[in-house]
Design a protein around this ligand. Structure first.
Ligand SMILES: C[S@@+](CC[C@H](N)C(=O)[O-])C[C@H]1O[C@@H](n2cnc3c(N)ncnc32)[C@H](O)[C@@H]1O
Length: 190
């Protein structure tokens, strides 16, 4: 789902970059993110700043996708050297089965009412033993943000518990690290 204007502004302001650079990416690395020489897909790539961080590790290929035209326009303008696609994560039909080593998500599933479908698609495009590095907020934190800052997240049954139950049902193995505001996951298909 598209971001509200207020969240769009927040996602494209400099504090977001600090969080991604000094908090979220190091935590993914601490969990074992290793993308050198691998085929990478980033879901909900936003303005492309995540692409600039991930590509420092020299993946074999990188593709970032996002459902918002405004975000993809910013990404293509800011980082013309990387590949971006305007695409809904619930339909990755343009991406072949078992073609990605690693999928990375910086806080996106909670924006997708059909988040189960997006996870199913991610699992389809991951290679056997491929990994998903995922961060998402707790439902309670989303409610607090929406109450105070009016970010207007979609109404859905998304929550860490429901998401973990779906990952279990898909037979995925995961480890997680809780932090204030975000929970970071390393998830393996296989
Ligand atoms: C909270 S923002 C995070 C953006 C970026 N990953 C970051 O960390 O700054 C969520 C992003 O997910 C995108 N998004 C929402 N629903 C989506 C969907 N169904 N498919 C792909 N991207 C989606 C939004 O357009 C937005 O760019």
């Amino acid at each position: 789902m598209k971001l509200s204007n207020v969240e769009f502004r927040a996602m494209n302001a400099w504090p977001r970059r600090l969080g991604q650079t000094y908090f979220e990416l190091p935590l993914f690395q601490w969990l074992g993110l290793d993308i050198k020489g691998k085929d990478i897909l980033e879901i909900g790539c936003g303005n492309g700043y995540g692409a600039s961080l991930l590509n420092k590790w020299q993946p074999k290929s990188y593709l970032g996708l996002d459902v918002m035209e405004e975000q993809i326009a910013l990404a293509r303008k800011g980082y013309p050297q990387f590949e971006f696609l305007l695409q809904d994560a619930t339909d990755l039909g343009q991406i072949a089965d078992a073609s990605k080593d690693v999928v990375v998500i910086f806080g996106v599933l909670h924006h997708i009412p059909a988040w189960r479908k997006a996870l199913d698609e991610i699992v389809r495009v991951l290679k056997p033993n491929g990994e998903l590095f995922l961060e998402e907020p707790r439902g309670v934190d989303l409610k607090v943000f929406d109450f105070f800052f009016r970010w207007g997240h979609p109404n859905s049954d998304f929550g860490l518990k429901t998401m973990e139950a779906h990952l279990d049902a898909l037979g995925l193995k995961f480890q997680k690290q809780w932090t204030p505001l975000l929970t970071m996951y390393r998830i393996r298909k296989g």
